[in-house]
Design a protein around this ligand. Structure first.
Ligand SMILES: [Zn+2]
Length: 280
């Protein structure tokens, strides 16, 4: 009788232990399943061009900064643009004479046009309120056509930075000044209001690096972009005239006719029009 009781007791203890073990195991398993994922998920929404970017050389604008620009550019839609009363008389064209080369200078809504071309450089600024929110339609269409033609020649072109608002340019410029000092920053970054990117007619292509000039794409752009209405805005050895260091990645839309004339002249935009690019 005592042996039977002992045996029953042992069996019960064993059963309880087994049950407890199973509960602990099940509990641990559940905890693992419910544990938060600490690793960030893969960002499948990232643009494919970002993956192909290689920044192997020192560059005026680093990858991180450029990504910030891109993100900010993406956020900027016309719907988010605050409606601000312009201090300039809307739509009134003011005659400002002619350039040293005889091109007509006009001003409308605080923006200067030379021979009908919107100008933003160190001499001519655009109002902080000028905020189209995106590339101009003709510039975007010309880029799309150029991209298609380049692709047929085996070149992949993409926009790294297009339209940039006054506010975004202000934050970029201030960051560059803090990093490199004002004098150095002024050689590669426009002050807010003086950036050609604010006009909606400028595009930074592919990798924003000096090595872009030596790539198949960089050579293709230099040789062919005028056919689509673009000019290399800041050519090599023109810093004293344009006010900016050589930027093989920065193109400006001016239309096919003018782009072809400028390309054939070998002049930069300021030389061709007979205007300056200097902060007063
Ligand atoms: Zn640019």
């Amino acid at each position: 009788m005592r042996r039977k009781t002992t045996a029953f007791y042992s069996l019960t203890v064993a059963a309880v232990l087994l049950f407890s073990a199973c509960s602990v195991f099940a509990g641990t398993h559940n905890d693992e399943t419910a544990a938060p994922i600490t690793e960030p998920p893969l960002d499948t929404s990232a643009p494919t061009e970002a993956k192909t970017e290689k920044h192997t050389e020192p560059t005026a604008e680093t990858t991180a900064e450029k990504q910030t620009e891109e993100a900010a550019t993406r956020r900027e839609t016309p719907s988010s643009v605050p409606v601000t009363q312009s201090p300039y008389p809307s739509g009134v064209e003011i005659d400002k004479g002619t350039t040293s080369k005889g091109f007509k200078i006009t001003e409308k809504d605080g923006i200067t046009y030379i021979d009908g071309i919107m100008i933003a450089n160190k001499t001519y600024s655009v109002p902080s309120t000028y905020n189209p929110g995106r590339l101009a339609a003709d510039c975007q269409a010309a880029f799309n056509e150029m991209k298609q033609s380049a692709a047929e020649d085996g070149c992949e072109l993409y926009i790294s930075s297009g339209f940039r608002s006054y506010t975004l340019q202000k934050s970029l410029y201030e960051r560059y000044c803090a990093r490199d000092g004002k004098a150095a920053a002024d050689r590669y970054s426009a002050r807010p209001g003086n950036s050609e990117h604010q006009t909606g007619y400028a595009i930074d292509l592919n990798t924003i690096t000096y090595s872009f000039a030596d790539t198949t794409e960089g050579k293709w752009v230099a040789a062919n972009c005028y056919k689509y209405g673009f000019i290399l805005r800041y050519p090599e050895d023109k810093e004293s005239i344009t006010g900016y260091r050589y930027e093989p990645w920065h193109i400006r839309y001016v239309g096919i006719s003018l782009a072809t004339d400028i390309y054939n002249s070998g002049l930069c935009l300021e030389e061709y029009f007979g205007i300056t690019s200097r902060y007063e």
